[in-house]
Design a binder for this molecule. Structure first.
Ligand code: ZN
Length: 262
C-alpha cells in the first residue's frame, strides 16, 4: 500500500490581536479577565501545491467591523507564493464572517480552486430561516453567504456530507458544536496526524481542559467533537485552534505574520 504524503501546515495571521473577556473564549471562565486572540487562515503545503483552509474576512466587512491590523488574506497568501496557479482546494471550516467572508474574492483569486463545505453548514446558513435570527446573524456575513450561494450548482462548490478524505493524507472531519456543520481538517504530517480545528476551539487550552467558547450552538455535540478530534490527532499539541495568539508567537516564523505549525 502506498503511504500517505507528508504535508506542512502554516498559520497566516490576517488581523488582530483583539482583546475580549476570557469567559467569552473559554465558557464562563473569568468574566473579569482579558484574553487576546488573532484571526487566521491556514495553508497546507504538499508536493502538488497548496490547500487553503478558510478565507478570512472580506475587505468591506473588515472595514465595517474596523478590524485592527487587517491585511487582505489573499495578499498574505501571496507572501508565501500561494496564488491562482498553485491552489486547487479551498476548505471552508464554517460560515462565520471571520472564516468565510473572504469568499467574495477567492473564486477570482484562485480560479482553479474547488471550495469544500459541509452540507449541514451550507443548508443552515444559506437556507434556514434560523440563520437570519439575531444570535446567528451577528456572526455571519451577507456578502459571504451570497458568494457561497452563487457557487451552488457549479463544479466549483463541493458539498460534503460528514467525514471525507479529499486528497491522500488530507481528511475533512465533521465537528459540530460551535456551528451546526463545522468541519476540521486532519492532515498527515512529519509528526503524525495534525488537525486544523478552526473554531472547534478558540484557544489550545480548550482541548486540554474540555472547555468550548461561549459561541455555541450545541454543547453536547461540541464535547463529542472534542472526543473525536483528541482521538484522531497523534498528539493534543497537534490540534490547532481558531484564534490562539500562540500560533503566531510559539512557532517558527516564515515571513511577516506567518508561522509553520508543523
Ligand atoms: Zn466561528
Amino acid at each position: 500500500m502506498k503511504s500517505n504524503p507528508i504535508y506542512e501546515i502554516y498559520a497566516l495571521k490576517y488581523a488582530g490581536p483583539f482583546t475580549s473577556s476570557m469567559a467569552f473564549v473559554l465558557w464562563n471562565e473569568g468574566w473579569d479577565r482579558q484574553i487576546e486572540r488573532n484571526y487566521y487562515v491556514w495553508a497546507i503545503k504538499g508536493s502538488e501545491g497548496w490547500t487553503i483552509v478558510d478565507t478570512g474576512t472580506g475587505v468591506s466587512m473588515a472595514s465595517q467591523r474596523q478590524l485592527s491590523r487587517y491585511v487582505n488574506p489573499v495578499e498574505i497568501l501571496a507572501r508565501m507564493g500561494i496564488n491562482g496557479d498553485n491552489v486547487s482546494t479551498v476548505i471552508l471550516t464554517h460560515i462565520h464572517f471571520d472564516h468565510a467572508g473572504g469568499i467574495e474574492m477567492f473564486p477570482d483569486a484562485f480560479p482553479k480552486a474547488k471550495f469544500y463545505v459541509q452540507r449541514k453548514e451550507f443548508d443552515f446558513w444559506i437556507n434556514s430561516p434560523f440563520a437570519k435570527r439575531k444570535p446567528c446573524q451577528a456572526r455571519t456575513d451577507m456578502e459571504a453567504k451570497r458568494a457561497i450561494g452563487a457557487l451552488k450548482g457549479t463544479d466549483r462548490l463541493v458539498i460534503v456530507n460528514g467525514d471525507r478524505k479529499i486528497i491522500p493524507g488530507v481528511e475533512l472531519l465533521l465537528a459540530p458544536g460551535h456551528t451546526v456543520g463545522l468541519q476540521t481538517v486532519a492532515v498527515n504530517t512529519a509528526r503524525g496526524t495534525a488537525i486544523i480545528a478552526s473554531d472547534c476551539a478558540h484557544v489550545a487550552r480548550s482541548f486540554k481542559e474540555d472547555i468550548p467558547s461561549c459561541l455555541i450552538m450545541d454543547m453536547v455535540g461540541w464535547l463529542v467533537s472534542y472526543d473525536k478530534l483528541r482521538g484522531r490527532a497523534s498528539s493534543i499539541d497537534l490540534i490547532f485552534p481558531g484564534h490562539d495568539t500562540g500560533m503566531l508567537t510559539d512557532y517558527p516564523k516564515v515571513t511577516e505574520d506567518v508561522t509553520r505549525l508543523v
